[in-house]
Design a protein around this ligand. Structure first.
Ligand code: SAH
Ligand code: SF4
Length: 374
């Protein structure tokens, strides 16, 4: 036992030494992303937990997720909602359905709501989103996060002025070359546009979330290490990362030979979460639903490796089958009440408490804004 503890301490010291270097490079992070022995995994987890406890506490914040429309103009090669997937029935929730979900979140003391949709830049859709955000804000004390893809600066400003104060836009990959392989080569799918959107969101004053997928075809460990450095350098406040999961109606179905095997993707994601927690300290990190697809306890493991946010699904169950970014999405036929009870038990089972009724804003944002020269 004593030898075991000594060994764990040594591994933790090694990780700390690597990650605290001011000259940290991708190549230095790769061996951590590949740590696979039980001892290494446990050491990484212990270290991430220590940092989490100190920086943000062992509290998990709820953001009720409302997937309010699957209409999307894009054709990302990995995603089941891509425009060319004609097998999907396209829908948009009406105002009443969204307000009902918001009321549920509020009554159950979720501090925040995430409204997510496919990418739709039509004036009518933008007006709808602004109206909904205003209505929710006028009725309930909830923090609102939007995740509606790339939009113009003017639209982002309108979203912000309507009352949304957080925005999620994953960069997907920080490698422009890889981005090109994952998307059609046209004006609608440009790495530079996505990158620019993140800058605009920060400038407007949003708390900004971003992240990437793990195990998408052609991605290497070095690319994933690059994503970590990207999130650090872009001063992102909220991390949303998750394993890639195949969808049969997409071009990236059955490209297994070119991917980190599915069986390894959860562990790599957990190690990435741990590295992000140790390196970036006071950010919020989501334990994403895709992690639960690969392991029944994937999200609980996420908390043990440093995550502190969960997004219980509040989308009415009749729509869920048509909002499948990937297949085998869990809880397709559960309603919000069932989810709620199940989650409470799951979170308590790993020793975390729930930040009921709190917005749970990322501390990183306040540090970033207060230290900004502006
Ligand atoms: N349309 C918006 C928001 C919805 S998509 C946008 O693209 O930003 C939300 C996220 O789902 C994407 O950012 C992507 O990282 C993730 N996603 C899409 N397809 C996936 C797949 N097959 N496996 C895992 N995650 C996927
Ligand atoms: Fe549309 Fe987002 Fe899916 Fe791309 S990832 S196809 S933008 S929903």
């Amino acid at each position: 036992m004593y030898i075991y503890i000594m060994k764990s301490e040594r591994i933790q010291q090694d990780i700390m030494k690597i990650l605290s270097s001011p000259f940290l490079k991708k190549e230095d992070i790769v061996p951590i992303l590949k740590m696979e022995t039980k001892e290494e995994m446990e050491a990484l987890q212990s270290l991430a937990m220590k940092v989490k406890q100190k920086e943000v506490g062992r509290v998990v914040y709820f953001r009720g997720l409302v997937e309010f429309s699957n209409v999307c103009r894009k054709n990302c090669f990995y995603c089941g909602l891509r425009k060319d997937n004609k097998a999907v029935n396209r829908f948009r929730l009406n105002e009443e359905e969204i307000l009902h979900a918001a009321a549920f979140a509020y009554q159950n003391r979720y501090g925040s709501l995430v409204l997510q949709s496919g990418e739709n830049q039509s004036e009518e859709h933008i007006d709808f989103v602004c109206r909904i955000v205003q209505q929710i804000k006028s009725k309930f004390d909830l923090g609102i996060t939007l995740s509606c893809g790339e939009q113009t600066e003017e639209t982002y400003r309108r979203f912000f002025e309507s009352g949304a104060h957080r925005y999620l836009l994953r960069i997907e990959t920080s490698s422009p070359q890889l981005y090109r392989k994952w998307h059609p080569d046209d004006r609608m799918h440009r790495f530079e546009t996505r990158l620019n959107c993140l800058g605009v969101l920060k400038k407007i004053g949003f708390q900004v979330g971003s992240g990437s997928m793990v195990g998408v075809p052609f991605q290497t460990y070095e690319d994933i290490a690059g994503d970590i450095l990207f999130l650090r350098d872009m001063e992102i406040d909220m991390m949303g990362i998750g394993p890639f999961i195949e969808h049969s109606n997409t071009p990236f179905h059955q490209l297994n030979a070119y991917s980190i095997p599915q069986a390894e993707r959860l562990d790599v994601t957990l190690r990435m979460i741990a590295v992000l927690r140790i390196l970036l300290k006071d950010v919020n990190i989501a334990s994403t639903t895709a992690m639960q697809v690969l392991d029944r306890f994937g999200r609980e493991k996420g908390f043990l490796f440093g995550a502190n946010v969960i997004m219980p699904n509040l989308t009415p169950s009749i729509y869920r089958k048509d909002y499948q970014l990937y297949e085998n999405k869990p809880c397709l036929d559960e309603d919000a009440t069932q989810c709620n009870n199940c989650l409470e038990v799951r979170i308590a089972s790993v020793g975390e408490t729930i930040g009921y009724g709190e917005w749970g804003d990322p501390l990183h944002f306040f540090r970033r804004v207060n230290s900004s020269p502006l």
